[in-house]
Design a binder for this molecule. Structure first.
Ligand code: IMP
Length: 238
């Protein structure tokens, strides 16, 4: 049995992770039994850096491979902001409706409604051995907030190819296509391959810590055959 730590107190996220990686050979621990552990300050410059700050903290505190995620929305009319500051951006408006009004007015004035959600998951295997898995979903900003489900920016985000906002979808519908799902699937695939014994030897080569090598597992889901194809490409950040 492999022990992994998901460095998060967020019960919704913990459930999502457990649903995707249902394996008898992995025990996923989380921070809900460790209330005394505080999440570190996320002062990275990207989603990947913030995820790495959290997963490294997990590795240091518990001494087992740890992973963490960081996500947000990037809106073209706002110069791809709020990005890594998505949570704080909503808080600064005090009221979510005011934040939506601000975003929609920028989108309308700039005649550009393009936006995307992004998630980065960092898996810290040991010191200087970190792997990033990324998920992205393109879409557009709705001219009116719609729907009551979900959280955060869901009422104003319409994923590409859909008419409904994320908040008008039920959780199952959203989770099938979400940025988090894409990143989690890549991560889950990596764990499966690794646990089957195909180890990535260069992850163990300390000389490589001098280079930024990014691993990306690209998964495309064939909607007709429901087949998942995976192409692996590695990235290691230091
Ligand atoms: P976190 O890093 O996943 O906690 O996300 C940071 C912030 O990004 C959240 O507080 C939300 O405001 C926003 N966000 C991230 N993912 C989503 C999503 O799936 N829907 C709506 N908002 C999201």
């Amino acid at each position: 049995m492999k022990n992994l730590l998901f460095f998060s107190h967020n019960k919704k996220k913990v459930l999502e992770v457990e649903k995707i990686l249902r394996r008898k050979d992995i025990k996923i621990h989380n921070l809900n039994s460790y209330h005394e552990i505080k999440e570190p300050i996320e002062n990275g410059k990207s989603f990947a850096e913030n995820a790495k700050i959290k997963s490294s903290c997990g590795l240091k505190e518990f001494n087992i491979p740890s992973f963490a995620d960081d996500s947000g929305i990037c809106i073209e009319a706002l110069e791809n902001k709020p990005g890594i500051k998505s949570k704080r951006f909503l808080e600064t408006f005090g009221n979510i409706q005011n934040a939506f009004e601000h975003i929609i007015s920028k989108v309308v004035n700039n005649k550009n409604d393009k936006a995307y959600f992004k998630t980065s998951i960092c898996l810290s295997i040991k010191k200087n051995h970190h792997i990033i898995f990324e998920g992205k979903i393109n879409g557009r900003i709705s001219t009116k907030p719609r729907g009551l489900n979900g959280f955060g920016y869901d009422p104003i985000f319409i994923p590409e190819g859909y008419k409904k906002t994320f908040a008008e979808m039920n959780q199952k519908e959203k989770n099938k296509i979400s940025h988090r799902l894409v990143a989690l699937k890549k991560w889950s695939l990596f764990c499966s391959i690794n646990l089957k014994g195909i180890t990535f030897t260069y992850l163990k080569n300390s000389k490589l810590s001098l280079y930024k090598i990014f691993l990306e597992i690209k998964i495309s889901i064939d909607p007709i055959k429901y087949k998942t194809f995976a192409i692996c490409k590695f990235i290691k950040i230091f």
